[in-house]
Design a protein around this ligand. Structure first.
Ligand SMILES: *[C@@H]1O[C@H](CO)[C@@H](O)[C@H](O)[C@H]1NC(C)=O
Ligand SMILES: *[C@@H]1O[C@H](CO)[C@@H](O)[C@H](O)[C@H]1NC(C)=O
Ligand SMILES: *[C@@H]1O[C@H](CO)[C@@H](O)[C@H](O)[C@H]1NC(C)=O
Length: 336
């Protein structure tokens, strides 16, 4: 019983005084009293708000040839000055920086034109504000980008995907963009990139430009993400087996035409091709317009195979050479 009384007494003693707010609470209330999150935070409406942009590429999750899209993880930062979120640290217990709910203050409407799906980005509800009114909005974005993919040289391909940041509504008189770090520093930033995957980051060059639309200028910052595929996986898994199969097929030309051995041999090769093609269908990145060169090469091999089974197979080596060196365009050979 005495124990319970003691517990009750101690808990009563621990309750803080109700009316004394913490400096952090006081500061937040002072800043947001009368703040209108719908108004661009400038004293003089003629001066534009400059939004500084920074970007770090963290990883490439998927490159899809069929939908012409690239799924990436980026760390995005936008930084601007809010002229209404300014205070004197002396008055508030020396606080120089606080976090505020991003819903409570004005945030710029900067978007990326190429986003087709703003994936599973975790929501970050806060921004950081320092006493001179500098607002830092940092967030990770996992997004699907529309990107024109060049798969012809697969698996030795390089891709160039663009990210264009712009304000959808505000013209350059109201909202201007700039880079937070130097363009060189952003271009060569590799530290956060997960470099063990299929793709290697070459660089991210960027530039600023203005677009005229309906008499107004709009600021754009464009980043070009340049990446290169690491071909080793495909060379070991696709290219070497296919070349091997091709060599076996070529060898079959030296078997006598009407012998039973040749038929057996050809049947085995056909089986090899079929298994290979079934596996390949999953691996090969397909686009609706162009097929990768390696796909053409395999189709050609199979063509050679069918020609090889015909009786007039003396012409075939000539056709085969054409096949190897002239992969596109009409195939002509001398009728012997
Ligand atoms: C706003 O800025 C412009 C140009 O920077 C200046 O001409 C104008 O006097 C300023 N207006 C006020 C009310 O300070
Ligand atoms: C706010 O942050 C900016 C950029 O980091 C810095 O230049 C400025 O001095 C900071 N202001 C204060 C009062 O610390
Ligand atoms: C990447 O694409 C952009 C625009 O499509 C172009 O301006 C740039 O030169 C390209 N970069 C490379 C290295 O191909």
């Amino acid at each position: 019983m005495t124990y319970i009384w003691l517990l009750l007494l101690s808990s009563v003693a621990c309750v803080p005084e109700k009316h004394k707010r913490s400096p952090l609470n006081q500061l937040t209330r002072t800043l947001l009293r009368g703040y209108d999150s719908g108004v661009r935070p400038v004293q003089n409406w003629t001066s534009p708000t400059v939004v500084y942009i920074d970007l770090i590429l963290q990883s490439i999750l998927n490159v899809d040839g069929k939908t012409q899209s690239l799924t990436t993880c980026i760390w995005y930062r936008q930084i601007w000055t809010d002229e209404f979120l300014v205070w004197d640290p002396e008055e508030f217990d020396g606080i120089t920086e606080i976090s505020l709910l991003s819903d409570a203050i004005w945030v710029p409407d900067v978007i990326v034109s190429e986003f087709v799906d703003e994936g599973k980005s975790p929501p970050i509800p806060y921004v950081y504000v320092n006493s001179s009114g500098l607002v830092k909005n940092y967030r990770p974005i996992q997004a699907v980008l529309a990107c024109k993919l060049e798969l012809y040289a697969f698996p030795f391909d390089k891709q160039n995907c663009t990210l264009t940041f712009r304000s959808w509504l505000h013209s350059v008189q109201e909202l201007d963009l700039a880079l937070w770090r130097s363009a060189e520093a952003i271009a060569s930033e590799q530290t956060e990139f997960m470099n063990d995957g299929e793709w290697e980051l070459l660089s991210i060059p960027s530039h600023y430009w203005q677009l005229q639309q309906a008499g107004e200028e709009y600021a754009h910052i464009q980043f070009n993400v340049l990446i290169r595929r690491r071909p080793l996986l495909y060379v070991v898994g696709l290219l070497i087996p296919s070349i091997f199969l091709m060599l076996v097929d070529v060898m079959s030309f030296y078997l006598p035409i009407n012998s039973g051995t040749r038929v057996t041999f050809k049947t085995s090769t056909l089986l090899g091709y079929t298994v290979f093609r079934v596996n390949l269908m999953d691996e090969l990145p397909a686009t609706a317009v162009t097929t990768p060169l390696i796909g053409k090469h395999l189709a050609c091999c199979q063509g050679c195979f069918w020609l090889g089974t015909s009786r007039k197979s003396t012409r075939v080596p000539v056709f085969f050479l054409h096949c190897l060196f002239v992969s596109e365009g009409p195939i002509t050979y001398q009728d012997g």
